[in-house]
Structures are given as structure tokens and as C-alpha cells.
Ligand binder design. Structure first.
Ligand SMILES: *Cc1c(COP(=O)(O)O)cnc(C)c1O
Length: 497
């Protein structure tokens, strides 16, 4: 007999559900299949259950609750129409094993999403397979590898990555069996061109560049960098997590990138955090299209279906959609079609805004970041004093409050009801506070954030203990971060009687 579990809210015999009597004859199961003990479930009433989950939901902070300037993560507001669209029964109830002819609408949506991402980026082809940005990076590196091998070029083993890069860049490089070589940044936050030149030779697979980079700065030499890398026989990988600064303004393919991932769950307004699901489609130039992971959706003109007698270009309804795998594909990276629900949300977002709206979103993202940068740089040291893109990095240390660190400032912001910025990243800025307001915030919200940051700077001088002990109002106070990392308790364990 298993020991009885006591859930602190439960009492034996309480229940939140009433099961009807079975309307089919009871089956006679073999004795060894029949459960001998009760399941160890909490026994609670409906009102206890409702209150439990509502209370839990209120312990959480999210973008639907307040400002969320978590740099590099693009925590923009996700319009609810995206949710409505992906819950339409025709989308939500399809099964991945259904025959293609029964899911033509889904395939059309995927095809059109591929086309929109191509139009925005300038790439010749897109695969929607990868499930996240990091997964897209891994895909991209495998594509670069396949390209070199297809040309009989087997010496290339090194991937160049600037020191401002996101940690996933070295991780995906290492996972694919290549060696990563770190490049220095120069004083203006660009890739150091001399350091780049010193590392270019026939061992270079390619370079991974985030542009704008994680300092929020557009690399002023991006075209020169691409030219140098190509001259050495390497390829240019674009980490497109920062695409929110560029939509409708610049196309990565035209800047010299050969392959890039998009983060649909950042730029294209689908929820993220807590580990997914995400979507990290990969775009490539014509030259690399044959290596993309499948399946990719193709639109096929069918003359026999065609009743309007128009030619292929002008015919509206004489197509069908089919899944195909490119000839020299690196293979599959994800079961079935990728994360379809995320694609529906991103598609809805793109169709709601249109081309002009997407451009405006990027312009406002950049404007909002620059507004905050200008208002805060007199108080907090700014890592690089130049016009930023969609994010910027402050140093969370104040000349006249030496004991205060970025972590203290971030924790104190929680008491003002705001999510902290990204802390201690990028690694090349001491006490980094990376701030990305996104385009969806009003001037009033931005001003409230500035007010909070200025008051915190004042508190740091006058009452630093307020910051060291923050957060004071959050459901969980200041954590012992070392213990949390070394001895994590990841689930609630019931007391046993
Ligand atoms: C978020 C991010 C990634 C990784 O994307 P995931 O979808 O979280 O895997 C890579 N690079 C940069 C710059 C990012 O901000």
C-alpha cells in the first residue's frame, strides 16, 4: 500500500467533478490490469481548484501585465487576434498525418509565410522547420557545412563569432562539430576589422554575425565584413533574432548574408518564454536553397485544374500546394511540419500589419529605444554612445553609489511593477543592463520606466539597502542564486504521512 499523499489544500473525499454512470457494460479486466490503490491526486472542491489556479496565474509576470524590456528577447505585446486565428477549428484540429489534399489551407498559409519572409529578407528560399532561433542556427551551420562538402572543400572547420554574440552562436557551432573562433569588437561596438582579417583563411566555414548586434548597434562595416569573408571562401550566417529593427528597411540578403534564421516568437509577435514552443525559420540564397531542411511547401500550377484559361502568372485559383524536400537537403530537423500554431500567429500578424505596418513597427521600435537611451544616459553610463537600433546597453553601476550592481537595480525595478532588463549580457559590457522597449509601448509607459530608473538611481545613493534587499513586493524575495543553481528544487513535493 502506497503511503497517502496529503496535498495541503485537499481533504479526503472532496471532489471537483461528477462522473456520469457508465452507459456501456463494464468490461472484465484481467486482475493484473486493475488498479489496486487510488491514484495519488489532490482531493479538492471546484472552488478550491479554481482559486488555486487563479492564484498561481497572479504570481506570474507577463507582457499582458506590464512593461517587459528584456533586451534581445523582443517581448512585444502579442495581439489577441493571433490567438483567435490559430484556434480556428480548421487549423487547430488538423492532424499531421492527414493527406495533403485535405490540408490545402494549412499548406497555403505555410507557403505564403515562406514568401513573406523571403520578401522581407531578400532570400531566395525559406524553410519553416526549425523550432527556435538556436535550432535555426544549428540548421544554418549544417547548411554551410553541406555547401562546402558539396564542393569537395573539406578543410574548413572554424566559425568566426564576435565577442558580443548570443551564447547560442558558439553553442550551435560546437554542436555541429566545428570550432568557434572569437572575434573582438572595436571601440564603436563594430566587429574589429583587423581581428577579422587576422583570422580569415581557408579553414573558415563562415562567420556568424548578429546585425544589429546585441549592443543594439548596426555594424557600420557589415558589407565590408561580408566581402572579406566571401573572399576567403566562407559564408555569412545572420543571427536574425534582432530582425525587429529592420523589417521593411533593410534586407539581410542585400547586406551580404547567405543564410539567416528568423525568430517568429520574437519579431513576429508570438508568445514566448518558459521554453516554447517557438519557430525559427531559415532563409538562404539561391546558391544554398538545395540544402534546406524539408519539407518545404511548393505551389504547383495545374493546367488541368485551370478553368479560367489564364496563364500561370495571372491565374488565381488553379494551384495546389504540396510538401517537397530539396535535392541535397541536410535532412529533417523536426517532426512533421514544424510548430504550425506559431506559424499561424506570425502569418496573422504579418497580414494584419501589411508591408507598411511592419516597417512602421521597426521604425517605432528603434525610436522607442533611442528615446529611452537619450533620457537615461545622463544618469547611467551608456556602453556605446551612438544612435542605437531597437535596443541599447547601459552599465548598471553608478559613479556615486559604488556598492550597487546591475542585479540590485533590476530587482528594485520589480518593486515598481516592471520586468527587469536583461542582466550581465552582452558579456563585453560590465554590469550590463540591456534594454529593449519594443514598438508596442506608449510614451506614457516609457516615461514611467524612465521615472522608475531615475528614482532607483536616487535610492542607490541615499538608501542602497533598499536595492540590495529588493524585491520587496514580489511573491518571492531575493534568491540565493548560488544555491538555486547548485541545489535546484524544481517541483513541489508533498509531505508524506
Ligand atoms: C533569442 C536569441 C537567440 C536564440 O533564439 P531562441 O529562439 O531563444 O533559441 C539567438 N541570438 C540572439 C541575438 C537572440 O536574442
Amino acid at each position: 500500500m502506497t503511503e497517502r499523499v496529503i496535498y495541503e489544500l485537499g481533504r479526503p473525499g472532496r471532489s471537483a467533478c461528477f462522473l456520469p454512470d457508465p452507459d456501456v457494460p463494464r468490461a472484465q479486466l484481467p486482475a493484473e490490469w486493475v488498479r489496486g490503490d487510488d491514484l495519488l491526486l489532490p482531493e479538492v472542491s471546484e472552488v478550491d481548484l479554481t482559486r488555486h489556479y487563479v492564484r498561481l496565474s497572479q504570481l506570474n509576470y507577463g507582457v499582458d501585465l506590464g512593461f517587459y524590456p528584456l533586451g534581445s528577447c523582443t517581448m512585444k505585446y502579442n495581439p489577441k487576434v493571433n490567438e483567435d486565428a490559430c484556434r480556428l477549428p480548421g487549423f487547430a484540429n488538423t492532424h499531421p498525418y492527414q493527406p495533403e489534399e485535405t490540408v490545402q489551407g494549412n499548406l497555403q498559409l505555410m507557403y505564403e509565410l515562406q514568401t513573406y519572409l523571403q520578401a522581407l529578407s531578400g532570400f531566395a528560399a525559406v524553410s519553416l522547420q526549425p523550432a527556435a532561433g538556436a535550432h535555426g542556427e544549428f540548421t544554418g551551420i549544417l547548411i554551410m557545412r553541406a555547401y562546402h562538402l558539396s564542393r569537395g572543400d573539406t578543410k574548413r572547420t572554424r566559425v568566426l563569432i564576435p565577442d558580443s554574440a548570443h551564447g547560442t552562436n558558439p553553442a550551435s557551432t560546437t554542436m555541429s562539430g566545428f570550432e568557434m573562433v572569437q572575434l573582438k569588437s572595436d571601440e564603436r561596438g563594430n566587429v574589429d576589422l583587423d581581428d577579422l582579417r587576422a583570422h580569415l583563411d581557408d579553414r573558415v566555414v563562415g562567420m556568424m554575425l548578429t546585425n544589429p548586434n546585441t549592443l543594439g548597434l548596426f555594424d557600420e562595416h557589415v558589407q565590408e565584413i561580408a566581402r572579406l569573408v566571401h573572399e576567403a571562401g566562407g559564408l555569412m550566417y545572420g543571427d536574425g533574432a534582432n530582425f525587429n529593427a529592420m523589417m521593411g528597411i533593410a534586407k539581410p540578403a542585400e547586406l551580404g548574408f547567405d543564410v539567416m534564421h528568423f525568430n517568429l516568437h520574437k519579431t513576429f509577435s508570438t508568445p514566448h518564454g518558459g521554453g516554447g514552443p517557438g519557430s525559427g525559420p531559415v532563409g538562404v540564397t539561391e546558391e544554398l536553397a538545395a540544402f534546406l531542411p524539408g519539407p518545404i511547401v511548393e505551389r504547383i500550377f495545374d493546367e488541368e485544374l485551370c478553368e479560367c484559361q489564364e496563364d500561370e502568372e495571372h491565374c488565381a485559383g488553379c494551384y495546389y500546394y504540396a510538401l517537397a524536400c530539396p535535392e541535397e537537403s541536410i535532412g529533417r530537423l523536426k517532426a512533421f511540419y514544424g510548430n504550425f500554431g506559431v506559424m499561424v500567429r506570425a502569418y496573422t500578424y504579418i497580414r494584419m500589419l501589411g508591408a507598411a505596418g511592419l516597417r512602421e513597427a521597426s521604425e517605432n521600435a528603434v525610436l522607442n529605444a533611442n528615446y529611452l537611451q537619450v533620457r537615461l544616459k545622463g544618469t547611467y553610463p551608456l556602453s556605446h554612445d551612438r544612435v542605437c537600433m531597437h535596443e541599447f546597453v547601459l552599465e548598471g553601476r553608478l559613479p556615486d553609489a559604488p556598492g550597487v550592481r546591475a542585479l540590485d537595480i533590476s530587482k528594485r525595478l520589480m518593486d515598481y511593477g516592471m520586468h527587469p532588463p536583461t542582466n550581465y549580457f552582452p558579456l563585453i559590457v560590465p554590469e550590463a543592463l540591456m534594454i529593449e522597449p519594443t514598438e508596442t509601448e506608449s510614451k506614457e509607459t516609457l516615461d514611467a520606466f524612465v521615472d522608475a530608473m531615475l528614482r532607483i538611481a536616487e535610492e542607490a545613493r541615499t538608501r542602497p539597502e533598499l536595492l540590495h534587499e529588493a524585491p520587496h513586493k514580489a511573491p518571492v524575495g531575493r534568491m540565493d542564486e548560488v544555491r538555486a543553481a547548485r541545489q535546484p528544487r524544481l517541483r513541489w513535493t508533498p509531505p508524506q504521512t
